[in-house]
Every structure is written in structure tokens, then in C-alpha cells.
Design a protein. Sequence first.
Lengths: 78, 382
Amino acid sequence: MTLHGVILFHTTSSVLRAEKRLIKEGFATRLVPTPRQFSSDCGIALRFDWNDHERITSMLGEEKVEFDAIHFLDANPV
Amino acid sequence: MIYLDQAATSWPKPPEVLKAMTDVLENAGGNPGRSGHRLSIAAARIIYDTREEISRFFGVSDPLRVIFTGNATHAINLALKGILKPGDHVITSSMEHNAVMRPLRNLEKRGIRLSIVQCASNGTLDAKDIGGMVASDTRLVVMAHASNVVGTLLPVAEVAAIVHQAGALLLVDVAQTAGIIPMDMTAMGIDLLAFTGHKELQGPPGIGGLVIADHIDIAQIDPLICGGTGSRSESEEQPDDLPDKFESGTANLAGIAGLGAGLRWLKDRGIEEICAHLKTLSRMLIDGLSAFPEVKIYGTLDLARSIAVVSFTVAGRHVSEIGFRLDEEYGVLSRVGLHCAPAAHKTIGSFPEGTVRLAPGVFTTTDDIRLAIRAIGRVIRS
């Protein structure tokens, strides 16, 4: 089973901007509704393969892509 | 029918624009940024992609600095009312549209000091005259890129140099020039650019925007309206994030999709080619009208210093009669009167009667212009 992480952003525009960069770098991503356990924001978050999380975190940092937070996405949240 | 009112709004629109608008409502009809389902995401992608195209089009690197508004007037109001505070000084030109003049007159009543630099009777502005008005409290200079009445281009880059030396900001209204003149905000020194989608950008009415240059600190701009953005929904305070700070309420999705299609259509057609075509038509209009001794043409009559907007009057005749008969008898559609720009008409000497304005567009042909000139000749001689 693939373990996922999720990146939260403050705006939809920021999610889409980050998604384009990650896709360009070859990462497998998917836009999902923002998980309620992490945020009360409306809208969407960026889900990714947790195995990539270190590479993605450093890439977002190096390219100064603004984001709110990165979380491990438990398959069975309480 | 010969439509020579392109400066009011472009018509017809490229079929691709209409198709993009119906497509988006059929296939991507969710509310962008509000929900997480596929229709909402599809809508958000179209808006983001259009933001990217606009940022490239005007030469800013960050797409989030493209703020969608209803039109250029809305964008100008956002910039002026968002930046100017009581005690600030603002300078504008005497060739401005009421989209600039009315918000400035409104701000004047709230304690903002307004100076209007006098342009020449052909609509030209000497940048040095702006320099003479700049003071220590000058916060902003706002001006059109080209006059909507006579098509005269204002010297944006020269003014930018003066404005920046004084530590002020430059807001430019490109309603008449976007789509017919290649534009790079950075090269031109524009800090804030207000555009409308429905003129030569070939989009539909109801969509425009304010583009904020990469170096401008957005903390100095207050939002014009506040409300729901889909972001930071736990808070009752307006978010500071771009573009949400300035974009409350549901976006004009169909308008944005149409504008995106208009921009792609322009890119395929080539702005340089469009510009050359309009110069040809403008030359024909000026030469054709010049053959009638009773006609007075306003503006520089110099194609290097103006866009294809030609204003004229006929000695002893009302412009309303000329416009009405051109429409009724020959199907030539012009715009007569003051063109929402009383200051410009006072500057060129045509106030309060106004002028007949002819504005060809990308779909206007040389035959259209020949027929229009012939029709004008018949109307003024009978």
C-alpha cells in the first residue's frame, strides 16, 4: 500500500503553482480535498507519495515555493 | 455592417473565445477554490492557467500578482483607493478617461491632493511636465497608455523614470493598448497595470485585472472589497495572501476562460502583425478623412505616436447626426460624443460637442475602411 503525505497551502493558486513544479520534476501528485484533521480551510491540498517527502521538502525549500505545512496522511485517521 | 467601435469593445470575438466560455461552463462548472471535487479543481486550473498567460503577456514572473477584476475601471479603483491615503499627492494627465478621473475626484474629497498635468491639444504629454509637479508627498502617478479619444500614446517609460526617482509608483491604464502593442511591464517601468479583457485582448466583457509588478510590496495596497476567498476560512479577517487578498467572491470563470482563449488567439495571430495591420487601416482613415476640407481630425496624425483611434468633427454639423446617419444609411458603426473622457475633449478643444470616433480592429479590412470613408463623404455632403 502506498503511504501518502499531504502539503497544505493557504490559497488555491499556491496549490496549483506547486503542483505544476512537482509534476515538472516527475513527482506523482494528486489534488485532494483539504483533510479536515489538518486544516479548516476550504479547497484543495496536494497529496504525494510519502517516500518522496524528503526530496519534495528540500525542493520546495530550494525553490522558495510557499506552503503552509506538510503532514503524513494516516490511512485511518482517528 | 462595418463595426468601427473597437475602442469601446472588440467585435466580433474569435470563435475560440466563445467555445472556451461554453466549454468551461459545460465541463468545469465547479466553484474554484471552494470545494475539493473534480469540477472545482478543473475550474481552478483554468483560472490559474489564465493567470500564468496574463503574467507572461505583461512580463511579470509571478502569476499570483495577476488580480482578476470585473474590468479596467474596477482595477484602477482597486489600485487608487488601495494605495492613496489622506495627505497623499497624486498626479494624472489631462487626457484621462473617467475610469481614472472619477475615482480621483472622489478621493480628492477624502483629502488626497490631485494635480492634473496639461497635455498638448494633439493629446501628447511632455514627461518633463510631470517632473515639474512631483513633490515630496507624491505617492502615485496614474495615466493611460493611449488616449481612448484620439489614440495618442503617452510616454510611459519616460514618466516611469521620473516617478521612480521621486520614490512614487506608476499606475498605467492599458485598456486601449493591450493586445495591439507588445508590452513588458518591467521594461516600461510600470508598477501597477490595469487592463480590460473585452477590447483588443479579444475576451468577453466583465473580466479585467490589475497586474502588480514583482517588486511591489502588497502590504501597501488595501483591498477594495473583502469577503470569502476559500482560504484561511477559520478567520474572519481578510487574508494577506496573493491573489486572495484582492479577489473576494466567486470568480468570473467563463470570463476568465474566454480571456485565456483570447490571449492564445492573439499569440497565434501575432501582436506585431496586428499592430502593422492597424497602422495600415489608421493611415487609410487619416488620409481618407483629410481629403474632406470641412473635416477636422484630432490627435497627432502620426502613426508612430498613436494607435488606430481616429476622432473627427465636421464644420457646422453635429457629431450625433453624423454618427446616426452613418449607422442608419450605411451600416457604419462609430461612437460619437465625449467617450467618457471630458478632460480629454477639453484638452483637444472638442468639449462639449465631442467627436465622431472611428476605431478599427483586427477583423476590420481595408475594404471596410474604403466603404466607411465613402459613406462619411456622402453623409457630410448631403
